[in-house]
Design a protein around this ligand. Sequence first.
Ligand code: DGJ
Length: 801
Amino acid sequence: MILIQNTPAGHCFTLHTEGTTYAFWVTESGHLEHLYYGPRLHRIEGLLETQRLKSAFGPGNTIAYSEDHPALTLEVLPQETGTRGKGDYREPMVATCDHLGRRSSDLLYCSHQLHPGLGPMPALEPGQALAMPHLGDTPDPVETLEILLKDGVQGTAYHLYYTVFYAANTIGRRMVLENTSPGPLIVEKLMSAQLDLPHSAFTLTHFTGAWAREMQRGSMPLSGGLHQLGSTTGTSSNRTNPLFLLHAPKATETSGHCYGFNLVYSGNCQATVEVGAFGSTRVLQGVRPDSLATTLAPGASLATPLAVLTFSDQGFGGISRHLHGFTRHHIVRGPWQYRVRPVLINSWEAFYFDVNKDRLLQLAKRAKTLGVELFVLDDGWFGNRDSDQRGLGDWQCNLKKLPGGLKPLAEQINHLGMDFGIWVEPEMANPDSDLYRAHPEWFFEIPGIRQSLGRHQLLLDLGLPAVQDYLFEALRAILDSAPISYVKWDMNRNMTDVYSKLSPQTPEGQGALSHRYVLGLYGLLSRLTQAFPQVLFEGCASGGNRFDLGMLCYMPQIWASDNTDAHSRVALQTGYSLGYPPSTMGAHVSDVPNHQTLRLTPLATRQTVASFGLLGYELNLAHQSVSDLKAMGAHIDFYKQWRRVLQFGDFYRLEADDFPELRESTGWMSVSQDRRQAVVGLIQGLYTPNQPELRLPLRGLNPELIYRVRQLPVQHSLSTFGDLVNAVSPIKLPKDSLRLKLAERLYPVPGEQLELVASGAVLLQGGIRLHQGFMGMGYNEQVRLYPDFAARLFVLEALDN
Ligand code: DGJ
C-alpha cells in the first residue's frame, strides 16, 4: 500500500507492506530524504516531524549544499539516492561523467506516479535479445511508485522504482537512467538500491565460500568505514552470494530487528555497507560498477536489476520466511511454481562420463522399484564427450553410447513409468569441439594471447543475438527430439578474457560485456521457457556458483552444491535457507564414503538432510545393500507423503537460546501453510559425551490445535557398538567377522520410539524432551543412540478435535 501525502513541507511517501513500513520525503532542497524502514506503523501521524533530520548548521569541515540551504550538508542527510560531487563523501549510488567532463551529480525530485503491478520495464534492446528478468504474475497485491529525478548538474533523468510486495513484506527497488543530456554520458556506477539507516549498531551477516562449500555463514559487527561484498567471477558466485543481512547484534532466530537484501541478478554484483562519518549506515546494492560501466548515447537508457529489501523484527527466522514467500510467489513462476517436485535419480556420481544405454536402463529399473519418478542423464551423452577435455558444445547424441539417440532411451524410461531428463551446459564449449572449430568468433577470447581456460572450456559470447539464436535452435532440437521433461542447465567456468570478437574493438564496444552476457542469457532462457513451459529446469553452476533470484526467475530449482556429503550439506543448506526456500534447493542422497569428503554418514541422515531440499538420489544403486535399498524405498514413500510440507511449508531453523543443549545438533522444521502438519529433522554434528538431555524446540504450530507427534522408526545395527557388543554378548562377535555380519542380520537393534499427543501451545513453549542419550552404559530400547552424524525425523499432524 503506497500513501502519498502532500504536506506543507513537501511530498511524503509511505510504503506499507503487511508488517513493514518504508518512508521518505522530498526536502525543500528537492532531495529524497529517507525517513524510516522498520516495523509496520499503523498510524503515521508525526512520522515526518519526528524522523526528518533537523540540521541547524553544517558540522566541522562538511560542505554546505548551497547558499540557499546553508545548514544542509548531504554527508549527514539520509538519502534515497546518494551522489558524488556535492558534499556527500559516502559511496554514491550513481556516478557518471557527462560530455563536458562534469562528474558531479545532484538528483532532485521532479514528479511521481503510481503504477499497478511492477511498473514499466523498458525494452533494453530491440526485440529483447537482452532481457532483464520480469517478475512473475501473482495474486498478491503489488504496486509500484515511480519517482522521476533530474540531475541538476548533468541534466540527465533517473526513474526510481519502488515496488511494494504487500503480502511478501518486501520492497523491490530499481532504477533506469535516461541520458537526456545532449552528449554521450559515461556511466561509471548505477546501483539498484540505497538504504540509509540512522545508526550503525548492526552486525553484517554474509554468505561466502567456494566450490563444494557454498553459503558459509559469517558475521561481523559494523564499525567505521566501508565493507564490501560481491562477486567478480561473472556469475553471482559461490565466493559471495548476493544475499546478505544487517541485524541487531543480538538477533536470534525468533527475535531482533533484521534487514534482508538480495538482487534479482546472476552476474557480478556488489553490496557495500558503509558506516559514515556521522554514524549512519549506508547500504548500496546492485551490479558491480565495473561490469555495468558503459557510455550512453543521447536518448539511450540503462536499467538496473531489481534489488530486494525486507525487514523483520522476528530475527533471522522472520527474514527467511519473508524472502522464502517472496521467492515462491514472485520469482519462481510457470507450471512448476507450486507443483511438487519429482524424486529424481541423477547418473553423475553413479557413472560420471562413462554412460551407456544398458547401464542407464539398469539404474533406471532399480530406481523405479524404489519409487523414483524422474531419471536424469547427466554429462557424457553427447558428442565426443568421454572426459571434460572435449565434446562440450556438440549437442548431438553420441550414438555409440546411446544407439538410436535420446528418443529410444527416453521412451524406455517412460515405459518404466518414469520421466526423463537431461544435462546440458549450453553457455560454453571445449576448444576441442566442432562448435568451436566452426565458430571461433562466437567465443570470448582476446585475439593474439593465450586464453585462460576453466575446466578446459571457453565461454560463448551470449550477448550476441546470433549465439542466442543458435543455442535456442540447438536446444529446441534436443527438446523436440525426445520426451524430455527436465533439463539440468550447468555452467562450469568463471569468466576470464572477456572480449567480444564480433563487437567493435574499442573500449566502448567492449563495455559491459559480462552484463550483456547475463542479459543475453535471460533473453535465451525467457524464449526457451516460453517455448517449453512444461519442462522443469534446474540451474547449476559447478553446484551453487549461480544460485540467485535471477536464475530462479527461469529455473524453479538449482543444484545447491557438488558437495553431497550430508554433514557438509547441513551447513550449506542452512546457509541457503536464510534467503531461499527449500523448494529451490536440489539435494541428493549419494554414496559413502562420500565422493567429495570421503566421509561416512548414515543413510538415514543423508536422506533426512536431502529431504529438506528437493530429494534426489545420485549413486549407483547396483552397489547398495539390500537393506539400504529397502530403506531408500521406505524413505521415498515417506517423502512423497510429506513433500508438500517439506517443499512448500514455512521453514524454521530450530535454534533457541532457551534450548542450549541443541548446540551440536541442527534442527530444521517445515510447517504446512495451514499449520496442521509439520516435519522436523534433527541432525547431529559431532557427539559430545555425557550430554544425556536433549530438548527439541518446535516452531510455527498453532497453539490452539492438538497434534500427534511421531518419530520415524530408528534402526541401529550391532556393528555400531564396535567391540562394546562383546561386553554383553554371550558369544564373541569380533569386528568385521562373518559371525558379526550374521548376528547383525539376525538381531536388528531397534532404536527408541516416540509417539505422543500434545497441544500446539505446550509444544511451542516447552518443545519435546527426547529420550535419554547413550553414554556407554545401560543401553536399552529407551536410550537415544545418537552418535556423530546421526539424525531423527518427526512428523506432526493436527487431530480433528
Ligand atoms: C558440474 C555439476 O555441478 C555436476 O553436478 C555435474 O553435472 C558435472 N558438472 C557434469 O560435468
